[in-house]
Design a protein around this ligand. Structure first.
Ligand SMILES: Nc1ncnc2c1ncn2[C@@H]1O[C@H](COP(=O)(O)OP(=O)(O)OP(=O)(O)O)[C@@H](O)[C@H]1O
Length: 256
């Protein structure tokens, strides 16, 4: 019997236009898609196809031109700035190519500060969870370093810890390994896989097959439409070559 998944984000007929002078560019063209709880959903597609625009539209980071986006049945399109800010700090976690860590705070303080944005939690709980995440992300040994004093991989792992501090319903990641070398990328991806295995819903944009293979559902966007989809069994580190070849074959069928 197949497992029934809950919808965590519902994208309903969403369009996004950018107006540059007199030109009106439609980047997202009436997209409707459900994102499921517990999935590691990956958005792929050619450069300029609208991958990041879709991620920002779904996460409410950017206003959409038309349509509606729901998070667990709450229509986020209708929320005020304050409601949206509160939802973002409690329910959404963000990881970008650049970490956006505060340069004058240590890794520990960066994570802690994000925890303090959720006023429902106690200081003791936030401190305990920060230490737990530092352990899980293998960065306890550099917790008192500034972002400029650690490697790109360590900084990105701190950014993931920061995204997880408030136990978000979903993590949005935009090319999280885009600025990292191969070794650091693999470490970050291993941690993202582990976070996903613990039940975390993730929506990630990437053009990197090594990152995409961590996903359980791949979506392909082109010319503002979702034109392809592929399901994958959860990543367990086995048959990596086969997984890579399967994704490559699927991408080639999209890009012919
Ligand atoms: N703020 C903006 N104003 C005007 N045009 C924009 C803006 N942001 C994005 N665009 C345009 O929208 C299109 C899609 O951009 P987007 O960043 O979503 O693409 P992408 O698929 O993520 O690309 P890449 O893989 O190169 O990062 C591009 O043509 C881009 O130039």
């Amino acid at each position: 019997m197949s497992e029934i998944k809950e919808v965590i984000m519902r994208v309903n007929d969403v369009s996004k236009n950018f107006i540059n002078g007199v030109t009106d560019n439609q980047i997202l063209n009436h997209i409707s898609i459900d994102i499921y709880e517990g999935d590691f959903t990956v958005i792929m597609g050619p450069s300029g196809a609208g991958k990041s625009t879709l991620l920002y539209a779904i996460s409410g980071m950017d206003k959409i031109s038309e349509g509606e986006v729901f998070y667990k049945d709450k229509n986020i399109t209708k929320m005020s700035e304050n409601q949206m800010a509160s939802l973002r700090s409690k329910e959404f976690g963000f990881v970008f190519q650049q970490t956006h860590l505060v340069s004058y705070l240590t890794l520990y303080e960066n994570i802690l500060a994000a925890g303090y944005t959720n006023h429902q939690n106690t200081v003791l709980n936030i401190k305990n969870r920060t230490h737990q995440l530092l352990e899980e992300m293998h960065i306890s040994h550099v917790k008192d370093h500034l972002p400029s004093q650690v490697s790109g991989g360590e900084a990105q792992r701190a950014a993931i810890a920061r995204a997880l501090i408030n136990q978000p319903g979903i993590i949005f990641a935009d090319e999280p390994t885009g600025a990292l070398n191969k070794a650091n990328s693999e470490q970050v991806l291993d941690l993202m896989s582990r976070v996903h295995q613990s039940g975390q819903s993730i929506l990630m944009v990437t053009h990197d097959i090594r990152a995409a293979m961590r996903g359980t559902r791949l979506l392909y966007i082109e010319d503002g439409h979702i034109v392809g989809e592929k399901q994958l069994i959860p990543y367990d580190g086995d048959d990596v070559k086969q997984r890579e070849a399967d994704i490559q074959k699927w991408l080639s069928s999209m890009e012919w």
